[in-house]
Design a binder for this molecule. Structure first.
Ligand code: KMH
Ligand code: ZN
Length: 284
């Protein structure tokens, strides 16, 4: 067995669902969960078929992305009441969100939050993540006991992660978990060669999930499973299930990921094991 398949937790697969994101418009994707009821309902369906963590972006009454703190708090409370999922809030938000609003997300008290490790072209936009901002997010998460998931859109961001850990120490929970977001136009490609290259730079002892945007979803899933990694799937990342076929709902994507994880003999990890793996304090 290679070193990469012996990563902590690699006897099973952490499946994260990213059900909504900030990019798709409800008008274009009518089955996108945007209300709190739709989000909770999709979360329960996804938990039933193997998800153990949820990466959350919320929408306002106009179905547009928002970082409204009251709604974020209500969302965390509802997901905790209705599911056992590890609740991860996005601090990435939408490309237009100012830094102070992105930092304020932490006040909603999630189990985990995303922390993107650098600026990246994002289609026709720019997803800004200045070094000082990243450091501030890392420190505030540690102060609040929120476990970060370091989002990596390009290989150089792994070097930045090593620098962050060297200069500012380990995160809350004492464990480093990254998510390779592959195939964003402007970021690293979503293929096996790039995933293997990322694993050469990833910090020692870290675990990783991977997600492939759009058409790269399936190759990235196979590459991650074969390398002892974990999976993120969901309508934030792809709205197409197969060539010419739209995704029916998030649970369809989670069910496919669970099936592949079982075939790889690394079945979906239950939420309590994921909490131990990531160092999340709240018990289920
Ligand atoms: N919506 C993207 C601009 C994250 O959630 O932390 C950023 C994103 C990353 O989705
Ligand atoms: Zn996101």
């Amino acid at each position: 067995m290679s070193a990469s398949t012996q990563r902590p937790g690699s006897h099973g697969t952490l499946i994260t669902v990213a059900p909504t994101g900030a990019e798709h418009a409800k008008a274009d994707v009518p089955n996108l969960p945007v209300t709190l009821d739709e989000l909770v309902s999709t979360a329960r369906d996804c938990e039933r078929v193997g998800a153990s963590m949820i990466h959350v972006h919320i929408r306002g009454t106009d179905a547009k992305p928002t970082l409204d703190l009251g709604l974020l708090k209500a969302t965390v409370a509802a997901l905790r009441a209705e599911t056992d999922l590890v609740v991860q809030l996005s601090t990435g938000g939408a490309v237009t969100d100012p830094e102070e609003n992105r930092l304020r997300v932490l006040e909603a008290g999630p189990d985990s939050a995303s922390c993107t490790m650098g600026t990246v072209n994002f289609g026709d936009d720019v997803f800004m993540n200045r070094w000082e901002f990243v450091v501030e997010l890392h420190k505030r998460m540690r102060d609040r006991g929120i476990v970060p998931e370091y989002e990596i859109f390009d290989l150089g961001q792994l070097t930045s992660l090593r620098r962050l850990l060297d200069q500012h120490g380990l995160p809350a929970g004492g464990h480093v978990h990254v998510d390779l977001v592959m195939g964003v136009p402007g970021g690293m490609p979503g293929d096996t060669e790039t995933l293997a290259a990322a694993l050469r730079v990833i910090p020692e002892g870290a675990t990783f999930s991977a997600t492939g945007i759009g058409r790269s979803a399936i190759p990235v899933m196979f590459a991650a499973l074969s390398a002892g990694g974990h999976l993120r799937v969901g309508m934030e990342d792809t709205i197409s299930y197969a060539r010419g076929e739209r995704v029916r709902d998030n649970a369809q994507l989670v069910a496919r990921a669970s099936g592949l994880a079982r075939i790889a003999q690394r079945p979906p990890l239950p939420a309590d094991e994921v909490r131990k793996l990531l160092g999340v304090q709240r018990s289920g």
